[in-house]
Design a protein around this ligand. Structure first.
Ligand code: SAM
Length: 394
């Protein structure tokens, strides 16, 4: 692998340089063809190298600096676990030996290999398994990669012989599926349980985070993971891996709320000094009352439009699941009136925090910001036909 690794890495960098210079794909592929022949690279085609190079650029947001060192195909990047989540998951699932039985390009496996004594990855797609090998080499971590169907007898036997104590699977979901369900996942979680529960009861999955707890027919802790205030993942931990029934974790802070935290139900009351925008992760998990109980916040619901839940109270909150705002003005939801209030407040910019078709956003925002000369940044929420103008506190 090491000889191949350096050749592949050189070819990817050669391609990346030309993408960054703005060369056309045709020209790059022609030059790449000559280069690949010159360095006698056999394991990947020029199209593969082009795909990897292009995805290093795309991966920047998700992987930061690491993107420059990793190897992704298109689907492998789309479904890869972001490093902050992968690291957290690997710490929670520390084992003597963990097997990731649908490892993709290995974004999660890298962290299993770092945190557990031994790690094994199984991947059906041969090319992706090869990319996982490259990623392990790139980050100098060791794990065994097995190519094949993790539900096959042969692979189940190999995993059994490896003394695995945790099985993990992050199955593929069809990209075009409108309503997420457990049925179309590959490998199907029920089958993974059926094949592997004789080896270990400690099995964990990643499931589509759009599923609410009631839609998940499998037993275990359902842990909704927020990354930077956005619902990112849903893990299911079975048997001894479970710590409660439903939980939500906010990353990178690691603040956690569970169904076992005592609940305070929000009331229905008016707008007070502060608005509290709730991370949707907590709403999806059905844990709003538990969060309020845990941080001891008595608040009332101001907005709940199915996508955004905003509460209000006279206190600042103390939670990474909540963004606090101070209420500056309330007026009727009319562009001229909002604009005049903003001028009086010395506003320069306003971010709109209500549902709008994306094509409308800038048109509406420009109208509301017309003639603003101040320095301050405000946010605008909409409650029925009222506008609530606020300032962010954290
Ligand atoms: C969502 S991706 C995994 C992403 C990975 N967790 C990461 O962070 O990079 C799911 C992978 O499972 C693989 N897969 C699907 N069915 C499989 C099976 N029966 N055996 C092994 N791998 C399988 C797919 O080819 C795909 O690469």
């Amino acid at each position: 692998m090491s000889e191949d690794f350096s050749k592949i890495n050189r070819a990817v960098k050669f391609c990346l340089e030309r993408i960054r210079k703005g060369y056309s794909e045709d020209k790059i592929l022609r030059e790449l063809d000559r280069y690949i022949k010159k360095i006698k690279l056999k394991s990947l085609s020029k199209q593969d190298v082009f795909e990897i190079a292009k995805n290093r650029i795309r991966a920047k947001d998700k992987f930061g600096e690491l993107a420059e060192r990793l190897f992704f195909d298109d689907d492998g990047l789309r479904y890869s676990t972001p490093p902050t989540v992968a690291e957290y998951r690997a710490k929670r699932l520390r084992a003597d030996c963990i097997a990731d039985v649908s490892c993709g390009i290995g974004a999660q496996l890298i962290y299993f290999a770092k945190e557990s004594k031994r790690a094994i990855g199984v991947e059906l797609n041969e090319k992706r398994a090869f990319l996982a090998e490259l990623n392990l080499t790139a980050l100098k971590v060791e794990a065994e990669i097995i190519v094949g169907d993790s539900l096959s007898k042969e692979i189940v036997k190999r995993i059994e012989a490896s003394d695995v104590d945790i099985i993990f699977s992050d199955p593929s979901r069809p990209p075009e599926e409108k309503i997420r369900s457990l049925e179309n996942l590959e490998p199907p979680p029920e089958k993974v349980i059926e094949k592997y529960s004789a080896i270990t009861e400690k099995i964990a999955f990643e499931l589509p985070p759009q599923l609410s707890p009631a839609k998940i027919s499998l037993e275990g802790e359902k842990e909704y993971t927020s990354l930077n205030f956005r619902l990112n993942r849903l893990a299911l931990y079975r048997n001894d891996l479970a710590e409660c029934d439903v939980s939500a974790i906010s990353l990178p802070s690691m603040e956690k709320v569970t169904n076992e935290d005592e609940r305070i139900e929000p009331e229905r009351d008016g707008v007070k000094y502060f608005l509290h925008e709730i991370d949707f992760t907590v709403i999806k998990a059905g844990l709003l009352g538990n969060l309020l109980g845990k941080i001891n916040l008595s608040a009332s619901i101001v907005i709940d439009d199915g996508r955004r839940v905003v509460l209000s109270s006279d206190e600042e909150s103390n939670s990474n699941f909540i963004r606090d705002y101070s209420v500056e003005e309330i007026c009727s939801f009319n562009a001229a009136e909002i604009n005049s209030k903003l001028k009086k407040l010395g506003a320069g910019k306003i971010t709109l925090r209500f549902s709008l078709p994306p094509s409308e956003y800038w048109k509406v925002r420009k109208k509301l910001e017309d003639g603003l000369k101040g320095e301050e940044w405000f946010y605008l929420f909409k409650k029925d036909d009222e506008a609530i103008i606020v300032k962010a506190l954290k």
